[in-house]
Design a binder for this molecule. Structure first.
Ligand SMILES: Cc1cc2nc3c(=O)[nH]c(=O)nc-3n(C[C@H](O)[C@H](O)[C@H](O)COP(=O)(O)OP(=O)(O)OC[C@H]3O[C@@H](n4cnc5c(N)ncnc54)[C@H](O)[C@@H]3O)c2cc1C
Length: 589
């Protein structure tokens, strides 16, 4: 059957309009023609909901240094982060935050008018000695103000936007990445975006867990698209479970609440984090706090009729401070927990929050091969930044506020590097069959008339991941998950999409997302099964210790020619950047 495809040509195509994508676009479009493709209107991307802050060792309220920030980042990552990337990010942070301020991000202020800063989990002074105020913020709406400002900037730069376009296939030819195939959700129809450089910025995948803090679009599409073209997903097993999700709902209560003095209590009213992390207590890194909460519940000290959650108390800082610094949290707690947090504690439990790993890149955001004889070799024309990417600065566990910083530093770097690449290289011609795979996939689901539908399958998938590949894991639970996921994969062959229209067919998009989520869940589970140790966000009850001798290395998940999941490993880059090569000049052309 012949299918009509519309063609577009841009020097740089950015897939994703969250903080990473918009930042890359607003920089690239200063130099070359740039398009942004997004499944949703840009300001609906998940970055909009980021609350607590963005880190940078500005030292506005007390002494701070980038090297302390780097130390915390490496330690927080449970030593799995690449140290060149950590140095790059923490060293550039103060300069880039000030640039954000200059393009209009309305940060909260100190009495003297400087950017205000608050403490956050795992951020310390003097290499772990005491908590430090490092998180810059705009009340509890930091992501909101950042995304709006970056969007305005990108629009002013004449970036071309293709909103409500759904990416189906990453295009490759002659060993390079050269475009993306999309489906126009609003009007129907296929579009091929031919590009000199493609920047992936599609965000995370935590919607594969039942209780999660993510937006509906965070289904890991970018991972699935990259995996299908033979690219790797680095450190797939490391999911961050944020300690304070609203009990039963999963919505996030920012760590900023604990930064402002909030404390966690068990059923006996005990501040139990004093036992698990005596120095930084409630502000210990997220993996530690999440596990401590689950341990309290398992020990019978949980709250409520089912003794299955704990409490987050913040009322003691006073209603005025709550309304000024945490207005969004006050509202979230009222709506989703029915609790007025100026008077009562908020019921909380860990929620799947962040994908620590991602498509592997070097610190300049070039996607690298990661497997084979030259693992650090860059893929021509392919860049990635934000939650989808792994530079890697988060390793096994990301520090709070380091993700927005990742968008700012690596998003901008991706913009600079992709523009530079586009200036120095020609278009790689489209392959003869470019887009055929994605077109066939969409048509398969659009014409499907089997018996399985989204609802029950999504429920099975997310409950399976939460129960068997959640905060604590064992060989047995993950093997159970593997069986359920294999069954779900089979069910996709007997699927049914009732809506056969091509305009706003959200049932079709759900089917395509489910197809991706099953692959992503399988890849994650396989990686987790193979890592026989506990590290960061990966806590195995059957291997409770960290095992540096055998597992101080990045996991690399790829698909072989038959679509089977393959696991390889890659050494952690332990060498920081040298003084001679740092700082790299941000604009080199
Ligand atoms: C509730 C919440 C609070 C947070 N608070 C903080 C915080 O205070 N500090 C901090 O540092 N971090 C925080 N984080 C983490 C941080 O906000 C995210 O990691 C970050 O915003 C991700 O940005 P991104 O640009 O990578 O992706 P996103 O903002 O998720 O954007 C992804 C983009 O990809 C597009 N896309 C996806 N799939 C497709 C497809 N198939 N086709 C076309 N387009 C596609 C989407 O349309 C979207 O535009 C928080 C996260 C959550 C969920």
């Amino acid at each position: 059957m012949s299918v009509k495809v519309e063609y577009h040509k841009y020097d740089v195509v950015v897939l994703g309009a969250g903080g990473a994508g918009l930042n890359a676009a607003q920089v690239a479009s200063q130099y070359v023609s740039t398009a942004v493709i997004s499944e949703v209107y840009p300001t609906r991307s998940h970055t909009i909901s980021a609350q607590g802050g963005i880190s940078a060792a500005l030292g506005n309220l007390e002494e701070d240094h980038w090297i302390w920030h780097m130390y915390d980042t490496v330690k927080g990552s449970d030593y799995l982060a690449d140290q060149d990337a950590c140095e790059y990010m923490t060293k550039l942070a103060p300069q880039y935050i000030i640039e954000l301020e200059h393009i209009g991000v309305p940060f909260s202020r100190t009495a003297e008018g400087k950017i205000a800063q608050r403490p956050f989990g795992g951020h310390t002074a003097e290499f772990g000695k005491r908590p430090v105020k490092r998180a810059c913020y705009a009340a509890d709406r930091t992501g909101h103000v950042m995304l709006q400002t970056l969007f305005e900037k990108a629009v002013a730069q004449k970036t071309q936007f293709f909103s409500e376009f759904y990416a189906l296939e990453l295009l490759t030819n002659e060993g390079a990445v050269n475009g993306v195939l999309c489906w126009d959700i609003k009007n129907g129809g296929f579009h091929i975006f031919h590009a000199k450089a493609v920047v992936f910025a599609t965000g995370g995948c935590c919607r594969i867990f039942k209780t999660n803090s993510n937006a509906h679009i965070n289904t890991g599409d970018g991972l699935a698209l990259a995996l299908r073209k033979g690219f790797s997903w680095s450190d797939a097993e490391f999911i961050q479970f944020h300690p304070t999700g609203i009990y039963l709902a999963g919505n996030l209560i920012t760590e900023g609440v604990r930064g402002e003095g909030g404390i966690l209590l068990n059923a006996q009213g005990e501040r139990f984090m004093e036992r698990y992390a005596p120095t930084i207590k409630d502000l210990a890194p997220r993996d530690i706090v999440s596990r401590s909460m689950v341990k309290e519940v398992l020990a019978g000290r949980g709250v409520g009729p089912n003794k299955d959650h704990v409490l987050l108390k913040i009322d003691h800082i006073g209603a005025e401070a709550i309304h000024e610094k945490l207005p969004g949290i006050h509202e979230l707690a009222l709506v989703f927990a029915g609790v007025d947090c100026t008077k009562e504690p908020i019921p909380v439990m860990p929620t799947a929050h962040y994908q620590n790993g991602g498509i592997p890149t070097n610190y300049l955001t070039n996607v690298i091969r990661a497997v084979g004889p030259n693992p650090e070799e860059p893929v021509p024309g392919f860049f990635a930044a934000g939650e989808i990417a792994s530079a890697s600065v988060h390793g096994a566990n990301r520090l709070g506020t380091n993700s927005l910083l990742d968008l700012v530093v690596f998003g901008r770097t991706a913009g600079e590097q992709s523009a530079k690449y586009a200036k120095e290289n020609n278009f790689v011609p489209l392959a003869e069959n470019a887009g055929q795979e994605g077109i066939a996939l969409l048509q398969k689901f659009l014409n499907s008339n089997g018996k399985n539908t989204f609802g029950p399958m999504y429920k099975t998938l997310t409950e399976c991941m939460e129960k068997y590949v959640g905060v604590f894991r064992t060989e047995e639970t993950m093997t159970t998950a593997k069986g359920i996921l294999a069954d779900l994969k089979k069910q996709l062959d007997d699927y049914r999409v009732n809506d056969k229209s091509s305009i706003y067919n959200l049932e079709l998009i759900e089917a395509l997302e489910l197809n991706n989520m099953v692959l992503v869940a399988q890849a994650l589970t396989e990686a987790a099964l193979m890592r026989k140790e506990s590290r960061g966000g990966h806590a195995r009850e059957d291997y409770p210790e960290r095992d540096d001798a055998n597992f101080h290395k990045h996991t690399e998940v790829t698909l072989d020619g038959d679509g089977n999941i393959k696991i390889d490993y890659r050494p952690v880059r332990m060498k920081p950047l040298t003084v001679e090569t740092f700082p790299p000049k941000p604009r080199v052309y």
